[in-house]
Each structure stands twice: as structure tokens, then as C-alpha cells.
Design a protein around this ligand. Sequence first.
Ligand SMILES: Nc1nc2c(ncn2[C@@H]2O[C@H](COP(=O)(O)OP(=O)(O)OP(=O)(O)O)[C@@H](O)[C@H]2O)c(=O)[nH]1
Ligand SMILES: [Mg+2]
Length: 356
Amino acid sequence: MFVDRVKVFAQAGKGGRGCVSFRREKFVPKGGPDGGDGGRGGNVILKADRHVDNLANLFYEPLIKAKNGGHGMGKKMSGRAGADKIVKVPVGTVVWPAKEEKHPPSTSEQSAIGNRQSAIPVTDLARDEQEFVLCCGGAGGKGNVHFKSSRNRAPRQYTEGEEGEQGHFLLELRTIADAGLVGYPNAGKSTLLRKISAARPKVAAYPFTTLHPIVGVIEFPGYRRARVADIPGLIEGAHRGVGLGHEFLRHITRCRVLIFVVDVAGSEGRNPVEDLQNLRREIDLYDPTLSSRAWFVVANKMDLPGAKENLKALQERFPKLQILPTSAAKGEGIDDLKQVLATRMAGPEESVSAAI
Ligand SMILES: Nc1nc2c(ncn2[C@@H]2O[C@H](COP(=O)(O)OP(=O)(O)OP(=O)(O)O)[C@@H](O)[C@H]2O)c(=O)[nH]1
Ligand SMILES: [Mg+2]
């Protein structure tokens, strides 16, 4: 199962209680207080790991708890620290504060996650091995050694450990990629990705073959490389939830360039010019900063009848636009596409954040 959005409840460990104890030893009468401190509670830590590709582990275990600290002991011994809970998440995971709800969230709630609570993310784990302390463990309590004074030589005071931090969070994966393929179902996005990279997304003649994002890596001469994301097909009305909806556009929000793939032969009875206009509109409805992102068009299925005329119409309608004719099936125009990508990647890096 591929999970790219999940709500969790995280709770760090409580600190251990301080100890009340007195020194008892032969020949040391009234040895004084010697109760040690409690240990700190464990932290809940999120860690980005490139070997993890989605959030499915948290879907099944949406309650993340770290261990409590141990209580203090006699002879001034501190309690042990509670073990941290380290949760591995895919690189590109963005964390938001989420609405408080009864916990743990049930599986049906998971699928119908509401809006996030705030527009500012808690963290964005965009680098491999990046760590973030989501909830801090509570400090340990103080043992009675700390309460000794000239007036009170046998203190019975101690303090409890502090509670660990806790909260509800929404974790969202935003795939890390340099370029994203956007297009109607069956336009040939996955076929293209197979041609330009070693990725092997499924290709088939029915719509919505691709059900979750897949990233392919393209190697350019000189050890340069680009990551290209293939996402499920988009159709008109996606913003209303038609087809697989807008959900997957989240995975191209970090891309520097968007590649619009159209079936230029109109092999399914649609018009490529309208296809492109609809795709642009859907992108804009999802996020206007996404529609202002650098983009170009791949006119695919050039091997089919009618493609040449439609390509001309497309070029006339969008004279300033870069349009690359390809036939992914026949492997034509693939080198040009790689070349264009290499050039675009070599350009100045516009800073593209998670576009929040
Ligand atoms: N004739 C021809 N067929 C193509 C070409 N590119 C892809 N196809 C075919 O079109 C169909 C859909 O290809 P996919 O690569 O699965 O399309 P997709 O855009 O990834 O589709 P979804 O994953 O459903 O969004 C497959 O049967 C491909 O073989 C092409 O250049 N010419
Ligand atoms: Mg596909």
C-alpha cells in the first residue's frame, strides 16, 4: 500500500520521579538524604530515510510513543533516561500541526483527513538522514538530595518528572524531484519515464494505470542527474475530485520544471489544445504558484495519424511555448527531451520550496 498522507498522535516519555532516600551505613549515623533524580523521558524523533518510500508504517501505527524515564534511586543514583522513539519517514515528508481529535485516529478517519490546522509546517524533512524532534521528553524529577539545607537535614521533598510533549500531527509526503510529468491518463507519461530513466512504472492502455508517484533518475553526461516524477493522470474537473483528483499534484510542488505530456494524436477523441488548456487550469486551481512554475510541453504519440496536423495547431495556438514532439512507443524524440531537461537543469536554480 502507498500512503502519502497520514495523521498521527505523538507522545514523548514522561520524566522519572525523584527519589526520597537516606544514607544508611555502618558508622555513619544520620547519613543525610541521598535520593537521586529521575531520568528524562524519551523524545519522539522523525528521521528522513531514502530507503523508505511512503508513510504506510504510520498508517498502521498512528500512535507514536517514546518510553518514560526511570525513577531516581537511593545512593544518589539517577533513573535511566527513557529510550527515544525514532520513526523513519520518506525524504520529502512535511509535518503540520493537526486538529485535536480523539485518539488514536481510526482507519476510516485516516482516509478522510480534514484540513490541516495551520498554514505553517512544523518541519520539512527534505534531506536524507535529517532528524527532527517532534515531541521532547519531560525532564526527570529531583531527588531529596537537592532539598537539604541547614534547617532541614532530613528532607522528604522530591519532585515528579515532567510530562513529555504530545500532539496531533499531519504528515504529508511531497516527493523530491527536479521535474514532474503532468498529463491526461494514457498520454504516455509512464512510457516516457521508462525511456528516459531506469524506472519501470507500469504501462497499459487503460486510464489511471499509475496509481502513485514514481520517480526515475536520468543520468546526464558529466555525472549530472535529474529526478523526474511520474504522477497519476489528471483530468478535467480534478479539482472537484474527478478521476484521482488533485491529491497527487502535491508530489510535483517541489519540481523546478513541469513537463506537460499531451496525446497530440488525440487518439482518445480529445483535442490536444483543449487538453493542454484543461491541464493548465487544473494546475492553477490546485495552486497558483504551481502554474507560474517553468514548464514545457511534450507532444507524444507522434507516430499516430493526425499527430502532425495537431502539432501544428498546438504550435500556432501557443507560439512562444517550447513543444517537443516525441513518440515514446517508438523511442523518437527521447534524446531531444533529455537534452532539453539537461539544459533546464543546468540553468540558475530558482528556489522552489515546498510551495506551502
Ligand atoms: N502509439 C503510441 N502509443 C503510445 C505512445 N506512448 C504511450 N503509448 C501507449 O499509450 C498507453 C498509455 O501509456 P502510459 O505510459 O501507461 O500512459 P500514462 O500517461 O502513464 O497513463 P496513466 O498512468 O494512466 O496516467 C499504453 O498502451 C502505451 O503503450 C506513443 O508514443 N505512441
Ligand atoms: Mg502512468
